[in-house]
Design a protein around this ligand. Structure first.
Ligand code: ADP
Length: 164
């Protein structure tokens, strides 16, 4: 079975992330949505809520196609522990490329057998980021076409104290 890990903050998961997930599922038998917990990064949604959002998404795919997990360690180490063959990431812009380039270099030093597979964001998703969506929400813009349906109730819970 070809397993890939799709790590991210998913704060919250957006339609851009979903597009990458769907494309990864054309190549891999199973994709693990991995909440990468970084104690130095302040998130808007709690780890618990982000996990619940991802689980809501995962259950829309067949059993075992999409799994949800979290780690506070290195994603490449997590990939090793699951015998995954690849880490999936999305690329929107040049800064994404530069950021991913550094991660790729680090990962190569740890385990060069695990591939990093990059999907270019498609046109409608290129401008979508979790931070932009939070900004729009704060400014009373309708975000319902930018995030999966399952995410909307979590925004309602937040009210106005959204951190970017
Ligand atoms: P991280 O903090 O690891 O960047 P994110 O949740 O912001 O976590 O993103 C996870 C991955 O998804 C990254 O590779 C990011 O570039 C990619 N990504 C985020 N939004 C989009 C989008 N709209 N289209 C394509 N890829 C995206």
């Amino acid at each position: 079975m070809k397993i890939a890990i799709y790590p991210g903050s998913f704060d919250p998961i957006t339609n851009g992330h979903i597009d990458i997930l769907n494309r990864a599922l054309k190549i891999f038998d199973q994709v693990i949505l991995l909440l990468a917990v970084n104690p130095n990064k302040i998130s808007t949604f709690t780890l618990e809520d982000r996990k619940l959002m991802l689980k809501d998404i995962a259950k829309q795919y067949g059993s075992q196609k999409v799994i949800v997990d979290s780690t506070d360690g290195l994603t490449i180490r997590y990939a090793q522990s699951k015998a995954a063959i690849a880490l999936v990431r999305g690329l929107r812009t040049v800064p994404d490329f530069e950021y991913e380039h550094d991660i790729f270099s680090g990962n190569q030093l740890i385990d060069a057998n695990i591939e990093m597979v990059f999907f270019m964001a498609k046109q409608p998703h290129q401008i979508i980021s979790s931070s932009l969506i939070k900004q729009l929400y704060l400014n009373q813009v309708d975000i319902s076409t930018l995030v999966p349906h399952a995410v909307l109730p979590y925004f309602k819970k937040l009210k106005t104290n959204v951190k970017q």
